[in-house]
Design a protein around this ligand. Sequence first.
Ligand code: ADP
Ligand code: MG
Length: 324
Amino acid sequence: RRLDSRSGLPAGLLGEIQTPISTEPMENVYEITGELGRGKFAVVKRCVEKISGKVFAAKFLRKRRRGRDCRAEVIHEMAVLEMARNNARVVNLHAAYETDHDIVLVLEYAAGGEIFDHCVSEELLPEAQIIRLIRQTLEGVHHLHQSNLVHLDLKPQNILLTSLSPPGDIKIVDFGLARKLGAVGELREILGTPEYVAPEILNYEPITTATDLWSVGVIAYMLVTGESPFAGDDKQETYLNVSQVNVDYSREAFSRVSELAVDFIRKLLIKAPEDRPSAAECMSHPWLWQQQQICLSPDPTATRPFRERSCGTKWAAPPEDPED
Ligand code: ADP
Ligand code: MG
């Protein structure tokens, strides 16, 4: 593995944190009340701060994995959360504890669960709600990218909601695979879940912010169709579907979906990373803009027409001034 000559850490890993890691038993401060989720190396439990009654999510991260000391990876995950502290679309890090086996991140609680549940449910969300969630996801991603952070594991399981019904605001979680770009030249890694990762990851090509935009395209596809665009019967087939960008845009899959939604998704699920729009460019795509006026904005001054300028795959920003 390539190491950063200054920090001695693997490329893209951050080593400095501000949040103190307490060795006091966390049970003194919190009552643990149940399990919220589970991954390969982490368990997330619901907990209540005794003094305030406030609910948090405690992510227990194993310090040793496959016989290797992974404390640096956990510190990195904390450092990324700290860097994203003023990003309203990212879950907040409240405190940290250390036990013999784990480092525990006490996180802001997202009570509405994963948007994944809305991708596999019988009843999909109305398009206006999907647009709102995709907008918020793009805001969060844009903010991360401005700090040269890439998430690299964006998927419907890692986008949570603050409340379930009606669906609240999104919170991005799980920065275990996130990386800081730019410190030590290029970053290439085999990461993430094949179903959701971009072709450049599978092909071991350089990782950029565009890698996250591919995943936003996958998430949008899943929210509007209820289907995973690249999932095959096995890992091989999934790999092939991703690298050939084998996507079903047929009528059946998109029967109740607007043309603009299809256009938005098509522009993100593009093989060449440099041909995908940035998060900022996505935010002015007409799908997110027109529908928002029609469906979400009761403000009549906001109902101005979208004007498209021809500039390749890029989109013109909505006009600032309604009189303009
Ligand atoms: P992993 O690295 O194991 O995937 P995550 O950070 O994604 O760990 O957490 C696993 C699951 O736990 C999430 O998919 C979600 O269902 C739940 N979870 C994580 N963080 C929170 C939170 N802050 N609030 C509520 N549920 C959470
Ligand atoms: Mg996860």
